[in-house]
Design a protein around this ligand. Structure first.
Ligand code: SF4
Ligand code: SF4
Length: 629
């Protein structure tokens, strides 16, 4: 990661190699943004991580890791309505969480610039679905910019604030994983001063969209979108490039693949690169449609630009052939690659691809196969101990609703404790539904960050409606999967201040949960199994929800703490004499630090990987796993 000092430098004109996410964090300074609120989500995580590191060094700047995306949208929206430039950041599915205030914000508008950065994840490298957030722009009547690389990411951020203030509307800046995680040389601009303070000017008949107000605001919003369309048609973000026998319309990262395909295949075509993709630049698209007999649309995921191009052709009565997803030239799923784009061009033009993809595939086959690496919880992860206990206590017969976070990795054998998952917080609510229609035990699990993000309404629902569910809160003291950001339970703010963290046990009790117990999953496996059985007995008897908080820090935090203190605990080992080779530890715990020694047929521990949690000791039926004195 780039040093925070580098991102803070007031050195206009300097060139620095930055990730797009770092360029966006830098752009926040250059755009005089006063407040940023977000809930962490990959592929946007580095924006927040960098801003959190920068925030304590900045005057008149506030940054927070909000408890969820809806909260972040409302915090940032209110700041912009008060007259301070603001930003909200999320990943694609995070915008679903924030959808409610998103739609209202467009109606009421803002007084200072507001940008919502949404990072979509084609191919779902770290997401549960392939949100195409461009449709939020369409449905919510919110203008949108789409950078193709880190340089554009920062430039478009500045433009987004300028346009946002011109139209009094928030702007979406939509990126995709391949843009977020690309590095490029970025030229620094000035860092202007941020306003020390602003004051909220009351205007309830604008900012309180009761039906009578909202009815008036909707036509206003449509008028603003028409003005945005004029900007889109004249903006330099939407530009024509090169020339040739046919036209190409493209946006975002696909633009790069188009350039590579045209140069590799020596094809001449006129490109309309769309940087402001909502509202689409109708006039420019019309111009291109009128100039060529054939137009190719290259865009990842759904046919957003393609549908617009077909609409414009039909309305303008332009007789043009539009080639894209509708004729199966391009897929509607997963990330694009130069290969996908070149193959589509080859098919359209009925010509051989200059790249011998088969040869590349054959070369790949000659390389030694990488060992399969199924998604696994880390060695020493406290969740492994908890899930092992849950499976043992329920003999694998309960239903296990899961949630968004590291714990979803328990889907893999042998733990297999993830049976159903919709979104953040759904472990609690899906458990309620299952418990109401089956007579099976239901043991749901949720993480600590997710508990605060979206678990609370589900718990209130379970208590009020007396759903007989067991909820295990896997409290590893951090938001682990997105890079260890703090949350309301950790006692650390995004500004780096220590504050009293919220106590999960007390929160549950406050919500009316009558059975709440906190355990340490590393204390005793036998006790943990007994605790879970006792909780299930209580639920059967009382027909009400119960919560167990399984609390132990994330293995990566423990390891970092040990390194900091230069501690080296005594290693764990398998005593060859005692081990019977039953493989129970390997087959039922699956700690990545354990393996089968093929020479002895006994289990063994890789000392470099072991994280000293001691869970395997409790799992071995003959006491063959020990810690050196
Ligand atoms: S569970 Fe114990 S006895 Fe069985 S393989 Fe593992 S170490 Fe050996
Ligand atoms: S080998 Fe045992 S002690 Fe080491 S990390 Fe794995 S379960 Fe924990």
């Amino acid at each position: 990661m780039t040093k925070v000092d580098t991102l803070l430098e007031d050195t206009p004109g300097k060139e620095v190699l930055l990730l797009a996410n770092e360029a966006i964090a830098r752009g926040v300074l250059e755009s005089a943004v006063r407040l940023v609120a977000l809930y962490p989500g990959t592929p946007s995580s580095e924006i927040g991580n960098n801003l959190a590191r920068m925030a304590p060094h900045l005057e008149n700047f506030y940054f927070e890791f909000s408890s969820n995306e809806k909260v972040a949208m409302e915090v940032a929206g209110a700041a912009a309505i008060s007259g301070a430039r603001s930003m909200m950041v999320c990943k694609g599915p995070g915008l679903n969480v924030a959808a409610d205030p998103f739609f209202s914000l467009a109606y009421v508008g803002v007084r200072a610039g507001m940008v919502i950065v949404v990072a979509d994840d084609p191919s779902m490298w770290s997401s549960q679905n392939e949100n195409d957030s461009r449709y939020y722009a369409l449905m919510g009547n919110m203008p949108m910019l789409e950078p193709a690389d880190p340089i554009e990411a920062k430039e478009m951020l500045h433009k987004a604030y300028e346009y946002s203030e011109r139209l009094e509307l928030p702007f979406l800046l939509r990126t995709t994983t391949r843009v977020n995680h690309t590095r490029a040389p970025i030229i620094y601009d000035d860092i202007p001063a941020r306003p020390e303070t602003v004051s909220f000017e009351k205007d309830p008949f604008r900012f309180v969209p009761v039906p009578a107000v909202a009815r008036k605001r909707h036509p206003w919003l449509l008028e603003q979108i028409e003005k945005a369309r004029e900007i889109s048609n004249s903006s330099e973000l939407n530009f024509f490039e090169s020339s040739g026998d046919f036209g190409i319309i493209t946006s975002g990262v696909s633009y790069n693949y188009v350039l590579e395909a045209l140069s590799t295949m020596e094809i001449d075509a006129e490109i309309l690169k769309i940087g402001m993709s909502h509202p689409v630049p109708d006039e420019k698209i019309k111009e291109l449609l009128g100039r060529h007999e054939r137009i190719v649309i290259v865009e990842e995921l759904q046919p957003f630009l393609e549908t617009h191009a077909r609409r414009i052709a039909q309305l303008q009565e332009i007789n043009v052939t539009i080639l894209g997803k509708e004729q199966d030239y391009f897929p509607e799923v997963y990330e694009y690659t130069p290969k996908i784009v070149m193959n589509a061009f080859s098919k359209m033009m009925n010509r051989e691809s200059p790249v011998d993809w088969e040869d590349i595939e054959d070369t790949k086959k000659e390389l030694p196969e990488l060992p399969p690496r199924p998604p696994l919880l880390c060695p020493g992860c406290p969740h492994r101990a908890t899930y092992y206990a849950i499976r043992t206590a329920t003999r694998g017969k309960a239903i296990y609703p899961s949630d968004i976070g590291c714990y979803t990795l328990s889907i893999s054998p042998p733990l297999e404790t993830a049976d159903i998952l919709f979104d953040m917080g759904s472990s609690v609510t899906t458990a309620c539904g299952i418990a109401r229609v089956t007579d099976q035990d239901v043991v749901a699990s949720i993480g600590d960050s997710t508990f605060f993000a979206s678990g609370l309404p589900g718990i209130a629902n379970a208590v009020y409606n007396q759903h007989p569910i067991a909820l295990v809160v896997l409290d590893n003291r951090t938001t682990a999967m997105t890079g260890h950001q703090p949350h309301p339970g950790t006692g650390l703010t995004g500004m780096g201040e220590q504050v009293p963290g919220l106590d999960i046990e007390k929160v549950c009790e406050g919500l009316g949960v009558r059975y709440v117990k906190t355990v340490n999953p590393f204390d005793s496996m036998a006790d943990l199994v007994a605790d879970i059985r006792q909780m299930l007995d209580w639920i059967r008897e009382n027909q009400a929800p119960a919560v167990m908080i399984s609390k132990a820090p994330c293995a990566l935090l423990t390891a970092a703490e040990r390194r900091r203190k230069e501690e080296r605990p005594s290693p764990y080992y398998v005593d060859e004499e005692t081990c019977t080779g039953c493989k129970r530890c390997l087959n039922r715990l699956s700690c990545p630090a354990m393996y089968l020694d093929t020479e002895t047929g006994k289990a063994a521990i890789d000392k470099d990987l072991c994280n000293f949690c001691g869970t395997c000791v409790d799992v071995c039926p003959v006491g063959a796993i020990m810690q050196e004195e």
